[in-house]
Design a protein around this ligand. Structure first.
Ligand SMILES: [Zn+2]
Length: 330
C-alpha cells in the first residue's frame, strides 16, 4: 500500500506531465472506481477543465483543476497512474482514462480495482473543500508529518494522553496522516523503540527520537522515490527505498545495527518487523498478552525472496542503482 513517500513521489512526477493539460473526455469500464459524484456527472464535470497543480494530502493525490475543482485519486494497493498517448492501446487493467486535448491520456491502471477517484469543489489552497460531500475525505485525517507546522512541540501535544501501542498509533491516519506499515516499522527501528511500547510511557528524549525518526524516514523515502514493494510504481518508474529498508520484510536477516536477526510478529493483522535487542520493551510493559505475542515472533522468512535477495534485473521496472554506499554514509 503506497504511503506518504510513494504518493508524494507520484504527485511530484505527475505534476510536470499533466499541468496545463485540458480535459477532453473521460472513459471508464469500471464505474465503481468513481466514488463521487455519479459517473456521468464525473465525466461531464471534468470536460474543458485545465490541470493547474498536483499535490498530496495523506495518501491521496489531489489534482487541482480550473473552475475550482479537485480531482482526487487514492491509488490504494495496486493502482498506478500513467500518462500515455491516446493511440497506445490501454491494457486490460486500465479502468479509468482522462483524455486530454493534446492527445494524451492520464490512465488509472489497477489490477485489483481498489483505487478510487472523486471530483470535488476545492478551496483556494487547492484542497477539496471540507464541506458537504468532501468532508468524508480528509476530515478524519491527522496532521501532515512533514508540514512545517508539525513541530516537536505539536508532536508532543499530540502524543499526550494517548494510550495505544506505538505501532498502531503511527498507522492510525487520524493520529498522523500518511504513515503505513513500512514506514512505521522503519521509524520505530530508527528510534530504537519497540512496536508494542505504550505511547503513554515515552520519556521526552524518546518522544524526540521518534519524531525525528518518523520525519527522517519519510524524507528519505521521498528522496528515494518510494518503496516499490508490491505494485507501487511512479510515473518515472520504480522507487529504490525498498533497497534501503532496515527491518521491513527483512525477517531473519541481520539487524543493520547489532547483527541479530530481525523478528516478525503479526499485530492488527499486519506483519511487524523489529530487532528485539535494539528495540527493548521495558519489563513493566511485558504483560502476559504481550509475552504471548512476542513468543509467536518468527525469525524465518515466510515469503519468497525479498528485494535484497533478488538478482539485479529481476522484478525491476526502473533502473536499479548499485547498492552498498548507504551504511557508510550514515
Ligand atoms: Zn538490532
Amino acid at each position: 500500500m503506497p504511503e506518504l513517500p510513494e504518493v508524494e513521489t507520484i504527485a511530484r512526477e505527475l505534476r510536470p506531465l499533466v499541468v496545463g493539460a485540458v480535459v477532453r473526455e473521460t472513459w471508464t469500464d469500471w464505474p465503481r472506481v468513481i466514488r463521487h459524484p455519479d459517473p456521468a456527472a464525473f465525466g461531464r464535470g471534468l470536460v474543458g477543465h485545465e490541470v493547474l497543480d498536483v499535490t498530496r494530502r495523506a495518501k491521496w493525490l489531489v489534482l487541482a483543476l480550473s473552475g475550482e475543482l479537485a480531482l482526487v485519486v487514492q491509488v490504494k494497493m495496486t493502482g498506478q497512474l500513467l500518462v500515455q498517448p491516446a493511440r497506445v492501446p490501454r491494457d486490460r487493467h486500465v479502468h479509468l482514462a482522462v483524455a486530454f486535448e493534446d492527445g494524451r491520456e492520464l490512465r488509472l491502471r489497477d489490477v485489483r480495482k481498489f483505487a478510487r477517484v472523486g471530483l470535488y469543489r476545492r478551496g483556494e489552497d487547492g484542497m477539496p473543500l471540507a464541506a458537504d460531500e468532501a468532508a468524508e475525505l480528509f476530515a478524519g485525517h491527522g496532521p501532515e508529518p512533514l508540514d512545517p507546522s508539525f513541530t516537536l512541540r505539536a508532536w508532543r501535544a499530540r502524543l499526550r494522553g494517548r494510550r495505544g501501542r506505538l505501532k498502531s498509533l503511527l498507522m492510525d491516519q487520524a493520529f498522523l496522516a500518511g504513515v503505513g506499515n513500512i514506514y512505521a516499522d522503519e521509524a520505530l527501528w530508527r528510534a530504537r523503540l519497540h512496536p508494542l511500547r505504550g505511547a503513554a510511557s515515552l520519556r521526552p528524549a524518546e518522544e524526540r527520537r521518534l519524531y525525528e525518526a518518523v520525519r527522517g524516514v519519510l524524507r528519505e523515502g521521498i528522496e528515494r522515490r518510494g518503496s516499490s514493494v508490491g505494485d507501487y510504481t511512479a510515473p518515472e518508474g520504480d522507487g529504490e527505498m525498498q533497497q534501503h529498508l532496515d527491518v521491513y520484510q527483512r525477517t531473519g536477516r541481520p539487524c543493520h545495527r547489532c547483527g541479530r536477526p530481525v523478528r516478525r510478529i503479526v499485530l492488527g493483522g499486519r506483519g511487524t518487523h523489529f530487532c528485539s535487542w535494539c528495540q527493548r520493551l521495558p519489563l513493566a510493559e511485558r504483560t502476559p498478552a504481550v509475552r504471548r505475542l512476542l513468543a509467536s515472533a518468527t525469525v524465518a522468512a515466510r515469503r519468497g525472496p525479498t528485494w535484497d535477495d533478488l538478482p539485479a534485473a529481476v522484478g525491476a521496472v526502473g533502473a536499479r542503482p548499485s547498492r552498498g554506499t548507504r551504511r557508510a554514509a550514515r
